[in-house]
Ligand binder design. Structure first.
Ligand code: GLV
Ligand code: MN
Ligand code: MN
Length: 431
């Protein structure tokens, strides 16, 4: 049984962490005010509001005496040294870019929570350093290709990727230069120091935890995803004079395929497939569309099932176009396998949940996360927070202050556990 003084210490800590949780939410909302769009949040890779976002986070961290910098892939990196300045590092954070018309918590919560955990340490040094990272790009909005920031750390930004262009014809290389960074230095972003692992807090973005009545979960694996781009080529013509049987309508053909995509996913357990963007050209009421561009996003926890679905959907697109006398082109923008999280870190997260009185729960993440890229390089793990209504990628996205408080309790407990863990001592060469 806890002693009176232990109970008092916990109560004080709990009051402090509630205040921290309130501040975390206020800070996320503050970051959400830095947007490319008036009246809604959109902050894509290295867009001007990202500068404000970096400046704001650096300002919060000034009192902590940490070094804050922006690496050549546009990631914010802040280093809080351990007891020994050269001690290995634990990395914590998430992404700072957003989808269009975004909520305030997807990605940002993970960065702000990491800053809050450093503050909660109150200057206390751990046997390892802590590096907070705010990834420059996870969503794939500007270039159609996600995880640009974490790919930098994993050493996976190559010439081909740097040449990818956004809708205005600006390449990633040029965007990096325009932000005042040097693309030639991107290879140096690849992690070489001794990192013990990466921990990412993130909203669940789905309804599972709410349905279970649980505030937090440890992620056991992150689903694999494929992203593709399709173009259907027909013939544009007059909408009034061209009989229905003599048309090569690229939009109607695409529409037939979109419903086939939905049907294919509905008929396979656990498969999700989305056409999230469509653009018809020339795009006028009285002109039959001659060309339609679409995106496809396919996810499943089993890579073989996802890959088979993608192949089937390409075949369906070809078949539907052939029958209507159209042609198609397609390209693969992303092919990301499903990734398990590190079992040691996962166990420690569950232990920390138990220690703060939360029922531990493990679940798969249906959303993609930087942790899946970091897992290629260092042990990675994630903690999900319950998402009210399961709503995300929408301005009504939210998270409860009580759950953020639990996440802070859990994070501090986890840091303490890791600081005294024999496994980490061994990894750090201290045992
Ligand atoms: C990121 O939010 C994704 O899963 O698409
Ligand atoms: Mn995210
Ligand atoms: Mn997202």
């Amino acid at each position: 049984m806890a002693t009176t003084s232990e109970m008092q210490r916990r109560a004080t800590k709990s009051g402090e962490n509630r205040k921290r949780a309130e501040e975390v939410l206020a800070r996320c909302r503050r970051l959400a005010s830095f947007s490319e769009d008036q009246g809604s949040l959109r902050r894509t890779f290295l867009s001007p509001p990202m500068i404000d976002c970096h400046r704001e986070i650096a300002y919060w961290m000034e009192p902590l005496g940490v070094q804050v910098r922006v690496d050549s892939a546009g990631n914010l990196r802040a280093f809080y040294a351990g007891i020994r300045p050269d001690a290995p590092r634990l990395m914590m954070g998430s992404h700072l870019d957003t989808v269009p018309n975004a909520g305030a918590y997807d990605g940002m919560l993970g960065v702000v929570l990491a800053v809050s955990l450093l503050e909660a340490l109150g200057g206390r040094k751990l046997p390892f350093g802590i590096e907070v990272v705010g990834f420059s790009e996870e969503e794939g909005v500007r270039f159609g290709i996600p995880f640009i920031g974490s790919r930098g750390l994993a050493g996976r930004i190559d010439e081909e990727l740097l040449g990818s262009e956004d809708a205005r014809g600006i390449s990633i290389r040029k965007a990096v230069e325009n932000f005042g960074l040097n693309p030639a230095e991107i290879p140096q972003v690849c992690l070489t120091k001794d990192y013990l692992g990466f921990i990412e807090f993130h909203i669940e973005q789905g309804p599972v935890l709410e349905n279970l009545g649980l505030p937090l979960a440890a992620v056991d694996s992150i689903v694999g995803q494929s992203r593709l781009e399709f173009t259907f080529f027909g013939r544009s013509n007059h909408a009034g004079t061209t009989p229905m049987n003599l048309r090569y309508d690229a939009l109607a053909t695409a529409a037939q395929w979109i419903t086939a995509v939905e049907c294919r996913a509905r008929n396979t357990e656990g498969l999700v497939a989305t056409v999230g963007r469509i653009e018809a050209r020339p795009g006028a009421t009285n002109v039959i569309a001659g060309e339609t561009r679409l995106t496809l996003d396919v996810r499943h926890s089993t890579d073989e099932i996802r890959i088979q679905a993608v192949n089937d959907l390409v075949d369906l697109a070809k078949g539907i176009s052939d029958r209507r006398g159209l042609t198609i082109e397609w390209s693969v923008l992303l092919e990301q396998r499903a990734v398990p999280m590190d079992s040691f870190l996962m166990n420690e997260i569950e232990k920390s949940m138990k220690a703060i009185g939360c029922l531990p729960h493990r679940m798969m993440s249906g959303a993609g996360h930087d942790a899946m890229i970091m897992a290629e390089k260092i042990p990675a793990a994630m903690i999900l927070l319950r998402t009210p209504g399961g709503i995300s990628h929408d301005p009504s996205e939210s998270v409860a202050v009580e759950d953020v408080e639990k996440a802070i309790d859990c994070g501090l407990q986890l840091l303490d556990q890791l600081a005294s863990s024999n496994v980490l001592q061994e990894r750090m060469g201290l045992a």
